[in-house]
Design a protein around this ligand. Structure first.
Ligand code: GAL
Length: 976
């Protein structure tokens, strides 16, 4: 008896991986053998338990007239307008009692059925699997979540688990020319669910392609392309193992060899930067398969991860497969959109968190150039809460399932040059099952490295990997002075390994902050080879009332809320400011000022490419407006080289603050972006900002209930301005509150990260304002206030000093904290409201996008404009957003608004303008909660607390904290 197979359990609860499937093999998109996609409309019936219906539905002739229809690939919970249950989101908890391998009676079960005819020309009548001559037909499932049982024409073919892995059956003699009935019963929960506890929606169904594949006699059963590169000799070595044997031709290099034979010859290497692929063909007696060969060698040498002999720096993202309407059923167009967006933001690597992606995605990575860490479909995180009791990776009953998963990944994806590392899975703790997987993978594919983060000893891996290590830990790892492991041998082994952050910079909501600080560490320490931002996309599900839904929106009993929306792109793939910032932080060319402002230092940060694909230009701008520009003469630079470039002296620039900007653009169209696409830029000061002229001289004049001062009028009792330069304003106050970001909320499991809770406890969201004095004298108006929350003696004394001339009125705010402040301030500035008509903003400052103290490196100084609506960043869960930073002046205007309001600041300030209040933004849970009111609410911030990434990771670094301390800042208002 098979020890690992428990006959007492139904197949879906048996830990064994399945029965009846064929050994896994390489996936390829094209061949001359016939194939028939079986995607499309299927009949569908949902049952509440695994045993509601018997299996007679699989019999030909079964009446399915009362059934629904469903699209395959697809998830039933996302189809049928709520008739088929709902998605559910948990991060780590299993949404069912943990009693492996058993699952609950309540086990949504989808019966899927379709009929099909063989197309004309489909190879003649099928013969038995082991029959002579004419070959065989296979039925392939590329992904079914989580257990499938399959029948063809009433005969059961078998059953399988391993949701994001391929499974094939030989259909033998079962096929008919017409009227074939394919029936698939899918259980949402199975023993496999214990191995698939990834942080994502639980989405059952046949969510990847179903295909019928003819295998002619003599067709390729499996093949393995070995294509290495010798960077010393400049040669590639090619060998293709294949069963049965055949020939390999690669015309461009004149290669014509037998399979199993190897050839070495001069060749260009494949890298993510220069993804050189050679068209080749594998031909056996029964089949021709076009190949795309990329020569490359991956190795760890002297503690450094190298490809083709060179250290690489991973500028990576974690990519889940997600589409806001279709869940993990992602079409090729969407996959391509992902890769193009990544390439256009200087991303060079992808970790396929946390399962092998649709196989076509890897073809795109080969073609367009991305380093890939291909991760196995394995996570048992929910056992962590139980002290890892019962963890499948430490229980040998599950080892066959683990090995099956490893093999299905490696065999399917082994021919992609883009894949440089295999990852055993994510967050499974440690156990012998992982070692068994690692041993098998090493035996099968010694040409790639092994990754796994969850076992701190790194015993099974070639790289040391961590997630969310803070900057200081990364520095210590870079210096190889990290804390020791108990076992000296393991410690020595790990200390010699290169380091990657398989996850860092949690991109939830506004943020991540601190990216540039990480990048400096990666560029400083050879051992720190970059990492993968968590994560690529927000998994918000399109929802008619909520905009995008997240955990809890479907009435889940257990859920983890908005933690599923933590990507660099919004659910609809609109880049969030985090992606813009990342693209700038990881730009492959560094452009900075040299010995003088008129000199640029350009450094080629590519690992392999020169700069000949880029065209450089310079511009000189005064007060944000370009006065001159032209091409910049950057010499050819090899990777790692720098050059000083003298910029032409500006002709006769007007006086004022000036900047140099040097920009690198694609010189010609590439496969991933058109000519002109900006790859990198640098900007620095050429002439400092002249001091702001402060208006003075006007005397305050009492006029009934008003005090008039130059172009401003104030309420004589409260000292609040009523008009500034003719513009009606209300509620001008000191402001310290912001709608907490996800990163301000921190991580529920680490109370010390919950800054928003501390802010609310201190009462910063309910500050009271008291006016102590309104003094019209000494050529101005002075209003003394105290701003403080109830129930504490903490407070901020704020003095508003107004002076004016005939046209301009200046406000200097001086703030003195009182009491023992133990929390940083969210912001420090003023707020005011304007009539709704002030809907347009122009500013000279950072732009075009939002920027916060630790997220703002991508913003360029310039003159920008946007409507108030365009200034908002639509985070899926509303929160502080949209601030434009380093603003020198801004003008708020609008059709029908009368005079515009101009604000100049000294020092420069940050600006937000919204159609709702901060309290409304704070209270909103989904985008549609934000409803425009009849005012424009403006904040002018002198300073802000940084963003950090404490939603899962380090908080704000000390240099970006905003402590309560004395401050003074000035705004000058005039008509725009
Ligand atoms: C990691 C995990 C990811 C995700 C992330 C937080 O621990 O590997 O899957 O949950 O944290 O968003």
């Amino acid at each position: 008896m098979d020890l690992m197979h428990d006959p007492a359990l139904p197949a879906h609860e048996d830990p064994a991986p399945g029965t009846g499937t064929l050994p896994p093999r390489a996936w390829y998109a094209r061949s001359d053998a016939a194939r028939l996609p079986l995607n499309g409309a299927w009949r569908f019936r949902l049952s509440p338990t695994a045993t509601t219906h018997d299996t007679s539905f699989a019999d030909p002739g079964h009446d399915t007239s009362g059934w629904d229809e469903i699209a395959v690939p697809g998830h039933w919970v996302l189809q049928g307008g709520g008739r088929h249950g709902a998605p559910a989101y948990t991060n780590t908890p299993y949404p069912f009692p943990v009693d492996p391998p058993r699952v609950p009676d309540g086990n949504p079960t989808g019966d899927h059925l379709r009929t099909f005819d063989l197309p004309g020309g489909w190879p003649a009548a099928p013969l038995p699997a082991d029959g002579p001559a004419d070959g065989e037909t296979l039925l392939r499932f590329d992904g079914v979540d989580s257990h499938a049982r399959v029948w063809l024409n009433g005969t059961e073919l078998g059953e399988f688990k391993g949701s994001r892995l391929p499974h094939e059956f030989a259909v033998g003699t079962l096929l008919r020319p017409a009227g074939n009935v394919l029936a698939v019963r899918v259980h949402q929960w199975s023993s496999g669910s214990y191995l698939e506890d990834q942080d994502q929606w639980w989405l059952p169904g046949i969510f990847r392609d179903v295909t019928l594949l003819h295998r002619p006699a003599g067709a390729v059963r499996d093949f393995f392309v070995h294509a290495s590169y010798d960077h010393v000799a400049g040669t590639g070595t090619l060998r293709v193992d294949c069963a049965p044997g055949g020939r390999v031709t690669l015309p461009e290099l004149g290669v014509d060899i037998a399979t199993g034979e190897s050839v070495t010859l001069p060749a260009e290497p494949w890298t993510a930067e220069l993804p050189r692929l050679y068209a080749a063909e594998l031909a056996t007696a029964g089949e021709r398969i076009p190949l795309r060969v990329g020569f490359r060698t991956v190795a760890v040498e002297d503690g450094v991860l190298r490809v083709n002999g060179r250290r690489i720096l991973l500028r990576g993202v974690n990519r889940h497969e997600f589409h806001p309407e279709h869940g993990r059923a992602v079409d090729e167009e969407t996959m391509r959109a992902d890769v193009l967006l990544m390439k256009r933001h200087n991303v060079n690597a992808v970790r396929t968190s946390h399962y092998p992606p649709h196989p076509a995605f890897l073809d795109l990575c080969d073609e367009l150039g991305l380093w890939v860490v291909d991760e196995c479909d394995l996570e048992t995180h929910g056992f962590g809460a139980l002290g890892w009791r019962g963890n499948p990776v430490a229980d040998e009953r599950w080892t066959p399932a683990l090995l099956d998963r490893a093999a299905r990944m490696v065999e399917r994806d082994k021919n992609h040059p883009s894949v440089i590392m295999w990852s055993l899975g994510n967050e499974c703790g440690s156990g012998a099952g992982l070692t068994a997987m690692a041993d098998w993978i090493r035996g099968r594919d010694p040409g790639r490295l092994l990754h796994y983060e969850g076992d701190p000893t790194s015993r099974d891996t070639d790289v040391y990997s961590r997630m969310y290590a803070d900057h200081d830990e990364v520095r210590r790892i870079g210096e190889r002075t990290e804390d020791s492991l108990e076992e000296p041998a393991l410690d020595a082994r790990r200390r010699a390994q290169p380091f990657v952050l398989c996850e860092y910079a949690h991109a939830m909501g506004n943020g991540p902050g601190g990216l540039a600080d990480y990048q400096r560490l990666f560029e400083t320490y050879e051992r720190c080879q970059g990492g993968f931002v968590w994560e690529w996309i927000d998994h918000g599900i399109a929802h008619p009332e909520l905009g995008f839904a997240y955990g809890g929106d479907f009435g889940e009993e257990l859920h983890d809320g908005a933690f599923v929306c933590d990507g660099l792109v919004f659910p609809d793939r609109t880049p969030s400011p985090g992606l813009t910032e990342f693209g700038h932080v990881v730009q492959p060319v560094r452009i900075e000022p040299g010995d003088s402002p008129g000199q640029a230092v350009v450094t080629n940060l590519h690992d392999f490419a020169g700069l000949d694909h880029l065209a450089f230009s310079w511009s000189y701008a005064v007060d944000g407006a370009e006065t001159e520009g032209g091409p910049a003469p950057v010499p050819p630079l090899a990777p790692g080289e720098s050059a000083k470039v003298e910029l032409p002296a500006p002709g006769n620039p007007p006086a004022g603050e000036a900047q140099w900007t040097v920009t690198a653009r694609l010189a010609a169209d590439t496969a991933w972006a058109p000519a002109g696409h900006v790859v990198a830029h640098g900007q620095w000061s050429a002439a400092p900002r002249p001091p702001l002229a402060r208006p003075a001289g006007a005397a305050p004049v009492r006029d009934d209930a008003l005090i008039r001062l130059g172009p401003a009028a104030f309420d004589a009792r409260t000292g609040e301005p009523r008009t500034l330069a003719g513009v009606p304003v209300e509620g001008l106050r000191l402001e310290v509150w912001r709608a907490p970001t996800d990163n301000d909320h921190g991580a529920g499991w680490l109370p010390e990260t919950e800054l928003a809770r501390r802010w609310r406890k201190a009462g910063l969201h309910r500050m009271r304002h008291r006016t102590d004095a309104v003094e019209a004298a000494d050529g101005g108006l002075t209003v003394r206030t105290r701003v403080a929350p109830a129930a504490t003696d903490l407070g901020l004394a704020a003095e508003f000093r107004w002076t004016a001339d005939g046209d301009r009125v200046a406000l200097t705010v001086s703030v003195t904290p009182e009491g023992d402040w133990r929390v940083p301030l969210p912001r420090l500035g003023i707020r005011l409201t304007l009539p709704a008509a002030y809907g347009a903003v122009r500013w000279y400052g950072g732009g075009p996008g939002e920027a916060y103290p630790d997220t703002g490196t991508a913003a360029l100084l310039g003159r920008w404009s946007a409507s108030v609506d365009e200034l908002q960043t639509p985070y899926v869960r509303p929160q502080e957003n949209g601030a434009r930073a380093r603003v020198r002046w801004a003008e708020l205007t609008g059709a029908g608004a009368g005079a515009g309001l101009r604000v100049e600041g000294e020092p420069e300030f940050a600006l937000t303008a919204r159609r709702w209040t901060t309290a409304e933004l704070d209270a909103a849970t989904h985008r549609p909660d934000l409803v425009p009111g009849d005012r424009v609410h403006v904040t002018l911030d002198h300073d802000r607390h940084g963003i950090g990434s404490a939603s899962c990771g380090p908080g704000v670094l000390p240099q970006y904290e905003l402590a309560a301390r004395p401050a003074a800042f000035t705004f000058v208002f005039s008509a725009a």
